[in-house]
Design a protein around this ligand. Structure first.
Ligand code: ADP
Ligand code: ZN
Ligand code: ZN
Length: 731
């Protein structure tokens, strides 16, 4: 009897595809194994979702599987269920969701388990040889020096910067050789946990939190709400200790910018276990290696950014999401999944606890904690001896500013610098100036492809659009009137850093933003130098606001935050509250008292006042009330439909037709179509439609019902359109 399989393929069609199992493939593939199949003119790798005895397709239409790649399922059942759930929730195909969950190397057909590993070692002849003879062969000398420190796997060698031809030359000389050994999976950490250092003595709040977390068994989600510096990481470490002692693994997710060597080393130095680190900077092979270590159970701790959520664990013990409010947990491109929400679902499916930690919890999580769906633990004191910070507002209306700095701030900086401390200035605009202004006609130079101003990058001699990447040499003449009187308008980090070097010549300045940290290892280098005290003034964007611990920073200044208060996005106040609190949290983290000063034209702004007087916790609870009254998330559910097209009218008409297909009543609301906050980007017009429902299930039903008709609209082909469920960003 012929056997058929359904296969999930990485294509946008929301369906699986049927194939025949040829007689050569026995036994038939199991659910969850990879197969290579013909698809149109290509060959694709997909995952078997089902086997069946019959198939609706005509016999001449059905094609056969080309190759079966696994003899057992690739993912544990829990992760298979998680991706299936997510595909349904985010309205994408199972194949697309699985692509998010499976490392690239496996999607390209690599073997699941490495049975053997290739090691490179120095031979006896190589050990005797004198490296001086390699004086002229610098690359070979480097390889020798590297290998003399110990054996190196092929993967490590591939990802190092060593020259391949030098390796070959040394191999030909028989100075080095490669050997292949069968892998032994080392699970010895499960037999007896070895601590690399003594834990700190927990303060009473931390001790209560740890005791509560240790008592739970099975699934639970807990919000650990702890002010910055209250010792959340220490709580995670204490919890990890008991998880690891039970022979179970833990998955730790951190924001994209938070995965610094500092963070990793805190986990590595506490426990003598293998830690698998997973982030976007890895090569496909490195990523696969880390994935394997997690899957076999060799790595006791898996720490990574958003996509690490899908890493299988042989012995799942707990999932921790640090800085759970961070926007980077939501994927913006392609499938817009939220790693926090999926982490909670994964915890359910694997019957393990999920801990969401933050000083500034998202309103979504806060609502769940307040309603009792999640447990709620708080840390309200700064750990160790750190004191609370002093806060102040500098009203800059009608004040002269010197490159964006008020006199009051400069004076305060001088006091802190003279006392030998560090000062951190936060400015969320990289580049030299956020716009190029003509002094004669007032023309501001705008990107020709977006509704956005060009940012001037003086050092590069360029103007760049931060939204589409468009760049030109800085023009000499105004595009409007031809005048040569062009000047930068507004202040970016580059200009601020330049000005500070002149103002404080004795105090070295470092700038931390995407431009100064794009090179690999650059951020680490800067952070190290800051810790050593080589820099006294730290200027930076968001990148400086997150998670870092700078014990000598006693003054934090926020320069230009008014824009953040007036964004069109309904999340603007929440985001501002998080940003302000996180940036402020960089001050006075050690024994030295900290001061936070904010320059603003809005000294009387109610949001600002409330935030400063009540602190984030109370402020956020107030915001939650407002969202409830306005029927906005997290009270109501939101779906954002985006459409972009070369003709604005195509996008508009398409979304108007979509609106007709969606229910509108007391429990469902359609808003729009309307222009996106950035109306034109990279040459295309962008429109959006918002759909809100009172309950999640209503959202699910409404869309499952409407989607086939939406996809069938003729205009759907003239636009690029996408669905964003629980959107985090309305841009
Ligand atoms: P958070 O993650 O909440 O911002 P951390 O865990 O990074 O806080 O802790 C802040 C600082 O306080 C760190 O330097 C940490 O070593 C220290 N710390 C944390 N807990 C304690 C404790 N119980 N005793 C002494 N120092 C502590
Ligand atoms: Zn002009
Ligand atoms: Zn642009």
């Amino acid at each position: 009897m012929p056997l058929f399989v359904e296969v999930a393929l990485p294509v946008p069609m929301r369906q699986n595809f049927s194939y025949k199992v040829p007689e050569s493939i026995t036994p038939a593939p199991q659910r969850g194994t990879r197969v290579k199949v013909p698809f149109g003119r290509q060959q694709l790798i997909g995952l078997v979702t089902q086997t069946t005895d019959n198939c609706n397709l005509a016999p001449n239409q059905i094609k056969s599987i080309i190759e079966l790649l696994d003899d057992s399922p690739l993912l544990p059942d829990s992760l298979y269920k998680l991706t299936a759930w997510a595909a349904r929730y985010y309205f994408c195909s199972l194949g697309q969701m699985l692509s998010q969950a499976i490392p690239v190397a496996l999607r390209k057909g690599a073997q699941v388990s490495a049975e053997t590993t290739v090691y490179w070692t120095v031979t006896a002849a190589g050990k005797e040889a004198s490296l001086d003879t390699l004086k002229r062969a610098h690359a070979q000398k480097k390889v020798m020096e590297y290998l003399l420190k110990g054996e190196v796997t092929q993967d490590e060698l591939n990802s190092s910067e060593l020259s391949k031809s030098a390796v070959k030359a040394l191999q030909d000389k028989a100075w080095i050789e490669k050997t292949e050994r069968v892998n032994q999976i080392d699970l010895s950490w499960r037999d007896g946990l070895d601590l690399g250092e003594d834990p700190l003595t927990l303060n009473p709040e931390q001790a209560i939190a740890v005791a509560t977390l240790n008592q739970q068994s099975g699934y639970n989600t807990t919000l650990l709400e702890g002010i910055t510096g209250s010792g959340k990481t220490e709580v995670y470490l204490a919890l990890l200790e008991s998880i690891l002692k039970q022979g179970k693994q833990a998955l730790i997710l951190v924001p994209e910018i938070g995965l610094t060597p500092q963070t990793i080393s805190r986990f590595k130095s506490r426990f003598n276990v293998k830690v698998a680190v997973i982030h976007s900077g890895l090569t496909d092979n490195q990523r696969l290696a880390a994935w394997r270590q997690a899957r076999t159970g060799e790595a006791a701790i898996i720490i990574g950014t958003r996509s690490a959520l899908f890493t299988p664990m042989a012995f799942p013990g707990a999932i921790i999401l640090d800085e759970e409010h961070d926007a980077s947990f939501k994927q913006q491109e392609g499938v817009g999944y939220h790693a926090r929400d999926l982490a909670v679902m994964r915890g359910h499916l694997e019957h393990i606890p999920v801990i969401l930690g933050s000083a500034t919890p998202s309103l979504e999580t806060l609502q769940n904690a307040l309603s009792g769906r999640y447990k709620h633990l708080s840390l309200g004191q700064r750990a160790g001896n750190a004191e609370k910070v002093r806060q102040g507002i500098i009203d800059i209306s009608n004040q002269p500013l010197k490159t964006g700095l008020s006199h009051a701030l400069i004076n305060e900086m001088r006091i802190h610098l003279d006392a030998g401390n560090q000062v951190l200035l936060f400015l969320n605009r990289r580049g030299f100036a956020p716009a190029l202004l003509c002094h004669e006609c007032g023309h501001l130079h705008e990107c020709d492809r977006c509704d956005a101003f060009f940012t001037v990058h003086q050092a590069l001699g360029e103007i760049r659009c931060h939204h589409c990447g468009n760049q030109y040499a800085i023009p000499r003449q105004c595009h409007n009137c031809g005048s040569t009187m062009l000047m930068g308008q507004g202040v970016g980090t580059e200009q601020l850093a330049d000005a500070l070097e002149k103002e404080f010549p004795k105090h070295p300045v470092v700038r931390i933003d995407r431009d100064t940290t794009s090179r690999k290892g650059a951020l680490e280098g800067h952070l190290n130098a800051i810790h050593k005290g080589e820099y006294k003034i730290l200027v930076g964007t968001q990148m400086l606001a997150k998670g870092h611990h700078f014990p000598d920073v006693t003054l934090v200044g926020l320069l230009d935050v008014d824009g953040a208060l007036f964004s069109a996005d309904f999340r603007a106040p929440e985001r501002f509250g998080q940003l302000y609190t996180q940036v402020s949290g960089r001050a006075g983290r050690a024994r030295k008292p900290g001061t936070v000063l904010m320059q603003t034209h809005q000294a009387d702004n109610a949001i600002l006042r409330e935030l400063m007087h009540k602190g984030y916790g109370e402020f956020a609870r107030g915001q939650l009330n407002e969202r409830q009254q306005a029927l906005l998330p997290p009270a109501w559910n939101m779906m954002l439909l985006r459409a972009e097209a070369h003709l604005a009218q195509d996008a508009d008409n398409f979304l108007s037709q979509v609106a007709e297909l969606l229910p509108q009543n007391d429990d469902c609301e359609v808003i729009g179509p309307m222009p996106a906050p950035m109306d034109r980007k990279a040459g295309k017009y962008r429109r959006q439609l918002m759909f809100q429902t009172k309950s999640r299930s209503m959202m699910q039903q409404a869309f499952e019902h409407a989607l086939p008709s939406i996809e069938a609209l003729p205009l759907a082909k003239r636009c690029r359109w996408s669905l964003d469920r629980d959107p985090q960003d309305l841009l």
